[in-house]
Design a protein around this ligand. Structure first.
Ligand code: ATP
Ligand code: MG
Length: 554
């Protein structure tokens, strides 16, 4: 693992710090489902720990009860496990430390480094100053330690109403860093907490809680996204002020968050899509959530590979979503069995094949993994409607009147007659087969430009196939507009009710991947029942990323 954070870790170890070993954490707030950006953080947090033979904790950063819920606590664990990471017995909740946080706050007061302020949130904001002007001190800043201890305890005991008082760190109202201008560290909020119930009437602020969570768990490297860079001085100030040893206490290191073209990576916006029913749920296959991508058929291997490929940077940039799709395609190319399915069927009657007979032809499952199955071949088959053209241009190498094409795993056929209804719509084709043209036959190697897929009319299974496009329309660079709800792509889901799939998939389980020859990669959806097969298209076969980046499309 080569990245600047690993470099920092190695520097620390060389300098004799963290002799107990490397310890990281992944700290989700349980206020939504994990998305592709979190996958990057998970790969980094667990990856750094694994690489350094250390440990990584799972910690729910549940200090803000208003938006949090156990539903999210459960989904987060499921998603991390699915990605293939293991926190062992180290699942923690920041809310389990509420007593300790309180003690630390008391300790800060005793050291003269925190005070209870009676100003309202509005007044505090007004006195905070700007980037160019220093802030002004609160008239309550110089309360005695005794008075602060007394007031803080009474805040805890519920003697004041919500918002009536706060506890603030006492640092420097003239600091060039606004985060150091006496930040609020505790607020009064009579909110039920999903983990601690109604025990607490005061809750710590994130910036106060997070460094303490890290210190309590003996985290060595607290990796987070760049927006916290300006918060690091407070992180260090707090741990230094409370006397944590600089050689063993955690240090915060920031990296660039993952932004993807065409993709929302904000939990708030994703929640809005779910709550306003723009999608079918958090696991809608169009969602960039881990549960959505899982249902869509993206694999853990592909997502992890993508996270490794994009690397870890110190400045923000936007990654092309085509690269993620490329990783998915590459993984499925190596693992998914090939089968035949017809999405838009056109009937073909093979007039020189005897009625009522079935020939079982051998079909290879995978070009490198091998394996084979039998595919039934009958007098009536279906081909893709697009694979026939009546007035075909010269370069059309599929089926046309009088033309020949090879049926994959089967025979060369020739189109003899086009049958139409009275309106001129094509009903079916009548074709003949070249009987010696199947594999091993006399004319098997006859030169034919096109090969198409097909299914037996008698044996094919009906399936619903769901095709997905990007959920949101974007500009040509893939950037999302401000009003993302208005940008929802009306064609992001196309349902094909009556696709036909070869019978080998009959008893397949949800989550099984296939390549439908010439059509793309598909996965069996959880909506599948014994009566009805449902497939999601994972990705098409065309690899736009491989094309632009020059990596080979295998
Ligand atoms: P919120 O707006 O709710 O705080 P968040 O995306 O920061 O959303 P957290 O649950 O706090 O969500 O994130 C957990 C961890 O995942 C944090 O360490 C955070 O930095 C990291 N993370 C979140 N989004 C991304 C992203 N797009 N790229 C990389 N890491 C991310
Ligand atoms: Mg966050």
């Amino acid at each position: 693992m080569v990245n600047f954070i690993q470099q920092e870790i190695e520097n620390d170890l060389k300098a004799g710090k963290y002799s107990e070993g490397i310890h990281t954490r992944f700290p989700p707030e349980p206020n939504g489902y994990l998305h592709i950006g979190h996958a990057k953080a998970i790969c980094l947090d667990f990856g750094l720990a694994n690489y350094n033979h250390g440990l990584c904790n799972l910690r729910f950063d549940d200090t803000n009860p208003t938006k949090e819920d156990v539903e999210y606590v459960d989904s987060i664990q499921e998603d991390i496990k699915w990605l293939g990471f293991d926190w062992g017995d180290r699942k923690f909740f920041a809310s389990d430390y509420f007593d300790k946080f309180y003690e630390f706050a008391v300790e800060l007061i005793k050291r003269g480094l925190a005070y209870v302020d009676d100003l309202s949130a509005e007044e505090i904001k007004n006195l905070r100053g700007t980037l160019t002007e220093p802030g002004k001190e609160s008239p309550f800043r110089n309360r005695s330690i005794e008075e602060n201890l007394n007031l803080f305890e009474r805040m805890k005991n519920g003697e004041f109403s919500d918002g009536e008082k706060v506890l603030r760190a006492k640092i420097d109202m003239a600091s060039p860093n606004i985060n150091m201008r006496d930040p609020v560290i505790y607020r009064i909020s009579r909110t039920h907490h999903h983990h601690t119930g109604d025990k607490w009437l005061i809750y710590p602020m994130y910036d106060f809680a997070h460094p303490l969570e890290d210190a309590i768990e003996n985290i060595t490297h607290s990796v987070c996204t760049l927006e916290f860079e300006d918060h690091r001085p407070f992180y260090d100030w707090l741990l230094d002020s409370l006397g944590f040893d600089v050689n063993s206490r955690p240090r915060q290191i920031e990296f660039a968050r993952l932004d993807l073209t065409n993709t929302i990576t904000s939990k708030r916006k994703l929640r809005q899509l779910v709550e306003e029913n723009h999608v079918r749920g958090w696991d809608d296959p169009r969602m960039p959530t881990l549960s959505g991508m899982r249902r869509r058929g993206f694999t853990p291997a592909a997502i992890k590979n993508f996270c490794n490929e994009i690397g870890v940077a110190k400045s923000n940039s936007v990654v092309d979503v085509a690269m993620l799709e490329h990783c998915v395609r590459e993984d499925l190319n190596n693992t998914a069995n090939r089968i035949m399915a017809v999405l838009n069927p056109l009937k073909v009657v093979l007039t020189n094949v005897e009625e009522g007979t079935t020939e079982y032809l051998t079909a290879e499952n995978h070009p490198t993994l091998g394996g084979s199955r039998y595919v039934p071949f009958t007098r009536e088959i279906f081909i893709e409607r697009d694979d026939f053209m009546e007035d075909a241009p010269k370069k059309f190498f599929r089926l046309k009147p009088g033309g020949e094409v090879r049926l994959k795993h089967a025979y060369i056929i020739k189109c003899e007659e086009v049958i139409k209804d009275s309106d001129g719509n094509i009903l079916e084709l009548h074709c003949t087969i070249d009987k010696t043209s199947k594999s091993g036959g006399e004319t098997a190697n006859r030169k034919i430009k096109g090969t198409i897929h097909w299914v037996s009319a008698e044996h094919a299974i009906k399936a619903e196939v769901r095709l997905y496009d990007y959920l949101l329309t974007t500009d040509e660079k893939g950037n999302l507009p401000e009003d993302f709800i208005a940008a929802i792509n009306p064609k992001s889901l196309i349902v094909i009710e009556n696709a036909l799939v070869e019978p080998s998939v009959k008893f397949t389980a949800a989550g099984t991947h296939y390549q439908f020859l010439r059509l793309g990669y598909f996965v069996v959806d959880y909506d599948t029942t014994p009566e009805k097969l449902v497939f999601n298209r994972v990705v098409g076969l065309k690899d736009s990323w491989a094309k632009v980046s020059g990596v080979s499309a295998k």
